[in-house]
Design a protein. Structure first.
Length: 109
């Protein structure tokens, strides 16, 4: 199951605070732990995205035989959820890239 929006927001806030922390305040172990948590969130989001794509494909294919209002609503709802999952995953990947670079800076210091 994909992480909820509140836990994702909390993780993104934690990443931001580690990225902007002064060099002495940010511990490499904290960054590495947060990176691991972030990668776990990203994997869960990716799995959710793949599940939604499959469900959307199935629902869209069924429109040929059943174009009921309920079926159209389902396709629309799944498309919105897929778009949201993709946006969340993109946002998390960008944040993790920034945190990964910060961790590399600390390792080099």
């Amino acid at each position: 199951m994909a992480p909820d929006a509140a836990s994702r927001r909390c993780l993104l806030d934690q990443i931001e605070s580690l990225v902007v922390a002064p060099s002495g305040a940010a511990q490499l172990s904290d960054l590495e732990h947060t990176l691991a948590d972030g990668y776990a969130h990203a994997l869960a989001l990716e799995a959710e995205r793949l599940r939604l794509e499959k469900r959307l494909g199935t629902a869209a294919a069924s429109l040929a035989s059943d174009a009921s209002h309920e079926r159209v609503d389902e396709v629309s709802r799944l498309a919105r959820r897929l778009r949201s999952a993709e946006q969340s995953l993109d946002e998390l990947r960008r944040a993790l890239g920034t945190l990964r670079a910060r961790a590399a800076e600390l390792r080099a210091a």
